[in-house]
Design a protein. Structure first.
Length: 120
């Protein structure tokens, strides 16, 4: 039996999704917090509280309401008000190093779950 030649043909089908899944987590979300810790020497725990705190230097609050990406790094830290080079009761802060990780901003609001958030 001989086979007949059939001309190749292409069909175009349009894909229409019927479900959408967000795979980007908190991308595009920002924390809103105020740089409100009192003046002093700013330290932060870059690798966690089990390691020695790293000194950032002299700190004074800028009182600005910052918007920082939830993807940015935030660190536990302290502002040394009495210049004894160790964390004392009431000196704890959360440290944000800024958008380029080269600055020091600190807030006394320690529970980040309570911070205001928004879409960027």
């Amino acid at each position: 039996m001989k086979k007949r030649y059939e001309r190749p043909s292409a069909y175009i089908e349009e894909f229409t999704p019927n479900e959408y899944v967000a795979a980007c987590g908190d991308s595009g979300k920002v924390y809103k917090f105020e740089c409100d810790a009192p003046r002093g020497t700013l330290y932060y725990y870059k690798y966690g509280r089990d390691y020695k705190a790293k000194k950032l230097g002299s700190y004074h609050p800028c009182q600005a309401k910052h918007e920082a990406s939830t993807d940015d790094d935030f660190y536990d830290g302290f502002v040394d008000y009495n210049w004894n080079k160790k964390e004392d009761k009431g000196e704890a802060v959360i440290v944000w190093r800024g958008p380029w990780n080269n600055n020091g901003h600190a807030t006394t609001k320690l529970n980040m779950k309570e911070w205001e958030t928004a879409k960027s």
